[in-house]
Design a protein around this ligand. Structure first.
Ligand code: GLP
Length: 240
């Protein structure tokens, strides 16, 4: 795994944007795997800036988001679909039909997950998978557990994640208890992985990532089995 340590959050987001921009320029019809959370907002802002400057074209880009709460209406302002439209898709020239987020409103989650996984493969696979990380080392909504699942599936959120994500809701009771998420193999199928880590709260997760240990207790540690992972972190997450 390649590690880039930056001075602060903004510098991480600049590096991440540069890598993403290069990939889109080299392959205008590339497929991006995208995360939500507070971390990637700076990256999305930088991509929008580049687009507004007339230097980046998303017209042929396709995207698959990592996860979505379940159940949740895509119109709900806490849904990941809403988040993506607001922070990225509505601000660039991507064809909204080329953007996929698991449907948190589907009637049959198993069918939705199976179709989602198939759609990734049919599209030709993800060229660049961008990831954030939970304080407990989760990626997407693959939470620490004895067993992790390979492909897109429905999962329960841990108390730790419900607590961490409750900052976006009025109260923690409002956080959906389940989610649809790409699995570990769905993520590892990507050609290239870019992991963004910022802030003190992610220190332990980052240290496990940098250690020699692979454990389902820190799902992100499985990324060590992938041959093209770049971690970009800030000093706050790296230093004790
Ligand atoms: C959520 C998402 C993850 C994300 C994590 C960290 O649980 N499912 O994909 O990486 O939050 O979010 P933040 O960047 O806000 O710390």
């Amino acid at each position: 795994m390649k590690l880039i340590i930056c001075e602060n959050y903004d510098a991480v987001m600049e590096q991440a944007a540069q890598i993403t921009i290069d990939i889109i320029k080299n392959k205008p019809d590339c497929i991006l795997g995208l995360p939500t959370g507070s971390t990637p907002i700076g990256l999305y802002n930088n991509l929008v800036k580049e687009y507004e400057a007339g230097k980046l074209d998303f017209s042929q880009v396709k995207s698959f988001n990592l996860d979505e709460y379940y159940p949740i209406d895509p119109e709900n302002d806490q849904s990941y679909r809403y988040f993506m439209n607001k922070h990225l898709f509505n601000r660039i020239n991507i064809d909204i039909n080329n953007t996929r987020v698991p449907n948190g409103n589907c009637e049959d989650p198993n069918q939705e997950c199976a179709e989602y996984e198939k759609a990734i493969d049919l599209a030709g696979g993800i060229d660049l998978q961008i990831l954030g990380i939970g304080n407990n080392g989760h990626i997407g909504f693959n939470e620490p557990d004895k067993n992790l699942q390979a492909y897109t599936h429905m999962t329960k959120l841990t108390e730790n994640t419900i607590e961490a994500n409750s900052r976006f809701f009025e109260k923690s009771d409002d956080v959906p208890r389940k989610a649809l998420t790409m699995g570990m193999a769905s993520i590892m199928k990507a050609e290239k992985i870019l992991m963004l880590i910022t802030g003190k709260a992610k220190h332990n997760a980052l240290m496990t990532l940098l250690s020699d240990n692979i454990t389902t207790d820190v799902p992100a540690s499985l990324l060590k089995l992938h041959t093209d992972v770049t971690i970009i972190c800030d000093k706050a997450s790296y230093e004790e």
